[in-house]
Design a protein around this ligand. Structure first.
Ligand code: ADP
Ligand code: ZN
Length: 764
């Protein structure tokens, strides 16, 4: 393996050349971590032949175990050690020509490993995209050269005519040629070239080359609006943070439609003017062409990292970003790891969104990683939301974050009027049974009559949520997950929404044989049928993960709605976020309390966010708009506050509850999950693990509450039984140390998987 071209090194902080050993008594040692057990770190000797090639951030091939099988690992440090120390195995080879990540990113991944209790090698494996590791999208190409010694005596060589011609052709070619290209150039087969090779008159070199690629089309820039006073004020704050030379976090609390994105765009322009780069994180669902177009039309050299990129495309972006050719990276969670060499600003839009937390190891939260990364660089972090997470809000109260408000919508547009409809008053239902109450029906009819569009939110998919027997109360469940099956009407199936198990929908109760089986509950399919029956002349489109499976279907649906080809858009929370359609004059929430009673301390916060965000989808144009919220709990503080656009009230009330029960942000939490094919083994394992934790916490005098272990709310998933426990402590670092020690010491059962989730968002 050859080393990378020297200019590559300039991208990264250069280290003193550790391989220049002054002394025969020293040796060069590479510290290596592995993605799989044993995770390391382990030390290896760098043999003389590889000195100068081994660098932190590259992958190495290393002998592992008694059999010394070759395994690849990440080099995280190179250092000199006295040779007299214990003997070490030798590095076998170097796998990467240039480091995959720089020293700063290595440090960041080390922090993630420590903070989220995940082996460093595993973090690296998850941070460096598979396409980058595999060199995806590149081809290895072998080129021919004439060595200078041969070129010098070319006239003296006695060669057959075709061989002589090939040699002359190659010497005169401005570009390196492959065997095929040279053969074509001299109009022959490859035979004369092979002849030259055998005589040692040609040299070969293998290089990685990119396949051809379409450059991104430029979009005509549109005229930027003039900022209003609040936006100007917000921008000045960001400007001050850009100039102050130390890290600041600014929470831009702006109601829906207040022009937050406009502030991001101006701030990024300033960053680019300073010769730096910006990373913009948005929820995956917001990576719509609409968002992307907005960034592309105003800024140059924007790389968009979305989940549908191929490995090759991802690799291509990564290389361009690392070379500093990209001004702005827009992407979901993992874009926080974009290898920008001159990062000047990170923006997290919709910072409260749950998709910023990764639900597989490492269980990092992109907001916390962004905070760490910007702190290391001394550059600002800009968080934006109409419904900030209570974690971020709390930090503004503590003075750790600055808060800047955009309290008004742009152009003095009013926030929509929100009215709640009490579903318990069955009076509505007498004229018409179903999901849509009479006031909502009238609201829709009026909106359509006025030429407006309607959004209906129902946070459930399927035709009805569960199949229940009115005779005996039996609910049809998934045999693998113990979750109620959902009735899908189009294909008359009962489907498990966790593992995709399905069976024909029964028409008799499987338990008592009663034949009046009721399909209770309500799903988006049933809502669609009801809407079509009630408003037969209106065009209606359903958006949920069932109808939006095909690639691009999400974009096509939104495009139809934007063009006005669809009048009623109904769907799950997929339609609640980030969309900006001026012609929407009514938003209806079919049932605001679907998530309110889940076993999760954030249930109220989620409900507030959902209702407030979906309400923000209307009244964005000149025609105004209003919101109708159907609910069984109209007096619940979360729903009341959302109806009054009163985030402050909600945050104040909810923080009091969190403080009272020592929930985050007043404490740190860790969730541990054990899953296995046998309930008894999994239960035994988590009990022993929990005991270990108690011992280790006590030993460290860390005060922590251990809740459980107990069956997880989702007790069975994909044929695995699940048990969990929750730890809660004011001493986050102490708790982390205790859990780490307990996890290392815990031997446990063989047939189970253990998950540690630090600062968990998912409690089910
Ligand atoms: P948010 O991100 O807070 O929801 P946006 O930045 O998307 O708000 O702004 C909503 C709409 O208002 C967009 O169409 C945007 O172009 C427009 N807009 C933003 N700022 C202004 C302004 N100062 N004057 C007029 N229109 C504006
Ligand atoms: Zn299932």
């Amino acid at each position: 393996m050859t080393c990378g071209p020297p200019q590559q090194k300039q991208l990264f902080d250069s280290q003193p050349p550790a391989w220049e050993l002054d002394d025969a008594e020293e040796r060069l040692v590479a510290r290596v971590v592995f993605a799989d057990p044993p995770h390391g770190p382990l030390d290896y000797r760098v043999p003389e032949s590889l000195r100068g090639c081994v660098e932190p951030g590259k992958r190495l091939m290393l002998p592992l175990g008694r059999s010394n099988r070759g395994v690849s690992g990440y080099c995280v440090a190179v250092e000199r050690q006295p040779t007299v120390a214990r003997s070490l195995k030798d590095v076998l080879s170097v796998l990467d020509a240039a480091p995959l990540i720089d020293l700063r990113m290595l440090e960041l991944t080390d922090w993630i490993a420590e903070t989220y209790l995940c082996p460093w090698g595993r973090v690296l494996e998850s941070v460096v995209p598979a396409g980058v590791r595999a060199g995806a999208g590149t081809r290895r190409q072998t080129y021919l050269y004439v060595p200078t010694s041969v070129a010098a005596r070319i006239t003296q060589l006695q060669l057959p005519p075709k061989q002589a011609e090939a040699l002359r052709c190659l010497l005169n070619s401005p570009d390196p040629l492959t065997v095929e290209e040279l053969a074509t150039a001299i109009g022959s087969t490859a035979a004369p070239i092979q002849g030259l090779r055998k005589k040692g008159l040609l040299r070969e070199e293998t290089r990685q080359v990119w396949g051809e690629r379409e450059p991104a089309a430029r979009i005509a820039p549109d005229d930027p609006p003039e900022l209003n006073a609040d936006q100007q004020h917000a921008l000045e704050h960001v400007g001050a943070a850009l100039s102050c030379g130390e890290q600041r976090t600014i929470l831009l609390y702006g109601v829906t439609g207040s022009g937050k994105t406009e502030v991001y765009l101006r701030a990024i322009q300033e960053v680019i003017r300073r010769g730096q780069q910006a990373i913009v994180l948005v929820p995956e669902i917001s990576l719509t062409p609409q968002t992307v177009t907005r960034f592309r039309s105003r800024l140059q050299h924007v790389a968009v990292l979305h989940s549908r990129l191929s490995n090759g495309e991802r690799h291509w972006h990564w290389q361009r970003i690392a070379r500093g050719e990209v001004n702005v990276v827009v992407g979901a969670r993992s874009a926080i790891f974009a290898p920008t060499p001159r990062l000047g600003l990170v923006v997290l839009d919709e910072e409260h969104d749950g998709s910023f937390k990764q639900d597989t190891a490492p269980h990092y939260h992109a907001r916390d990683v962004a905070l760490r990364r910007t702190q290391a660089l001394g550059v600002p972090l800009l968080l934006g939301s109409a419904t900030p997470s209570l974690e971020s809000w709390h930090r503004t109260l503590l003075g750790e974050y600055q808060r800047v408000d955009l309290p008004m919508r742009v152009m003095d547009r009013a926030l929509p009027r929100v009215q709640t409809i009490d579903l318990r008053l069955k009076a509505h239902d007498r004229s018409s049974r179903g999901a849509i109450s009479r006031p909502l029906h009238q609201g829709i009819a009026q909106a359509l009559q006025g030429g407006g569009q309607v959004i209906l939110l129902l946070n459930r998919r399927g035709f009805s949520t569960h199949i229940q027997c009115p005779g005996c109360g039996h609910v049809v469940r998934c045999p693998a997950c113990d979750i109620a099956l959902t009735h899908h009407r189009t294909d008359q199936k009962a489907v498990c929404h966790y593992c995709d198990y399905h069976q024909p929908a029964p028409d008799r109760c499987p338990k008592c044989q009663f034949d009046g089986l009721r399909y209770a509950g309500l799903g988006t399919q049933r809502l669609e049928a009801e809407v079509r029956a009630r408003f037969p002349s209106a065009t209606c489109l359903r958006m949920d993960s069932d109808t939006m499976r095909a690639a691009g279907s999400h974009e096509r649906a939104l495009d139809q709605f934007r063009r006005g080809a669809v009048q009623i858009l109904l769907g799950t929370q997929m339609i609640a976020k980030g969309l900006d359609f001026p012609n929407v004059t009514l938003v209806g929430v079919i049932q605001a309390d679907t998530a309110l009673h889940l076993p999760d301390f954030r249930a109220a916060e989620r409900t507030f966010q959902l209702v407030a965000q979906v309400a923000g989808r209307t009244g964005r144009g000149e025609r105004g708009g209003h919101v109708l919220v159907q609910t069984f709990s109209p007096e619940h503080p979360a729903i009341r506050a959302a109806a009054q656009h009163d985030y402050l009230r909600f945050a104040t009330d909810e923080l009091m509850i969190r403080q009272q029960f020592h929930y985050p942000p007043y404490s740190r939490m860790i969730r541990a999950v054990v899953r296995g094919p046998q309930a008894t083994t999994a239960a035994r394992d988590i009990a022993a693990w929990a005991d270990r934790m108690r011992i280790e916490l006590e030993r460290r005098k860390v005060e922590a509450r251990v809740l459980g272990p107990s069956e997880a709310p989702i007790a069975k998933l994909r044929d695995k039984w699940r048990f969990h426990l929750l730890l809660q402590s004011l001493d986050g670092p102490g708790m982390l140390q205790g859990v780490r020690a307990a996890t290392e010491a815990h031997k446990g059962e063989a047939d189970v998987q253990r998950v540690v989730d630090v600062d968990p968002l998912d409690m089910l």
